[in-house]
Design a protein around this ligand. Sequence first.
Ligand code: GLU
Length: 389
Amino acid sequence: MAAISPSATVSTDAKAKALRAAGEPVIGFGAGEPDFPTPAHIVEAAVRACRDRRDHRYSPTPGLPELREAVAVKTRRDSGLEVTPQQVIVTAGGKHAVYNALLTLLDPGDEAILPAPYWPSYPEPVALVGARTVVVQTDVTSGFRVTLEQLEAARTPRTKLLIFCSPSNPTGSVYPPAEVEAIGDWAASHGIWVLTDEIYEHLTYDDHRHVSLPVVAPAAAERCVIINGVAKTFAMTGWRIGWIIAPQPVATAAAALQSHQTSNVCNIAQRAALAAVSGPLDAVVEMRSHFDRRRRTMHGLLSQIPGVACPVPQGAFYAFPSLAGVLERSVAGRKLGSSLELADLLLSEAKVAVVAGEAFGAPGYARLSFALADDDLAEGVGRIVDFLS
Ligand code: GLU
């Protein structure tokens, strides 16, 4: 456990929510959490499930058969990938899916390549297994996208797995299809597994589009594990439903692991997820249009701050500005040491919660979610502007 740190995204969000509950006017850019309610037809499905005695009982560990089937159908619809329901393991959120997939695939001494900036909950399960995360640094000059040369330089005989996330949390970058294909082919040619996190698949903007790695690089499919879930697409963060899609032996092993942890995930939430994945995407299209507007607002406001350089987010709902120019100068009469220190000051002085780049393996940056109400967004960035000037 000494190798594990608490999640900075979760703790930033918890701090902001606790301060707000205590009456402080905190604006939270911390967690990636849509501010919209879960669509009504999904909530209704859960209400019906609450009244159905069958849902009061244990159900199969890998998920309700109807939900596994619906996820397979949805995967064909949205990604063009053929999978069987038996390859789908329903988990308590995307994070649980990542954790169980990594525990299933990695052995002590294995290496997992992880492009930075990365979501903080990828390296910790790797450490828990006794495997090693090999971080490959990307920055704004490459659009925060890893190159084949970088991957090749990081590869050793111990490389077991690549962790890949597009659209990216935290950077908002989206890999073009040709780059996804090249990365998949590279992994396949070296027998390297890919864990591809597709949780932001529906949240892309302008001409950027998500493509599923095993679809554009079919050679990688036999060593590919997909992570997905309903949280971001359907504003269902609190319902905790994610899933793994894996080659059958991995799916079977992950289900065996889960049979000793959670058994089945909450049936009520699974019924809600079933309504979500088998229903229309209208609400998603609507929410995405709001995120798109907020994205432009946030990018515009942040870009006006002297010393802040903010790439235009292409997907997900995060802006990931470089604060290098701010950290060089003094604020409120003192020189800032790091983005971590700036994030602390923003919370205590300006009552604005952002997640410091350190959490994502990228000191000097910060992540700001734009999945919050337009007024809060403008007020929060306004406070940052005031504080920094
Ligand atoms: N995935 C979201 C985020 O990155 C929620 C918090 C978490 O679980 O890390 O903000």
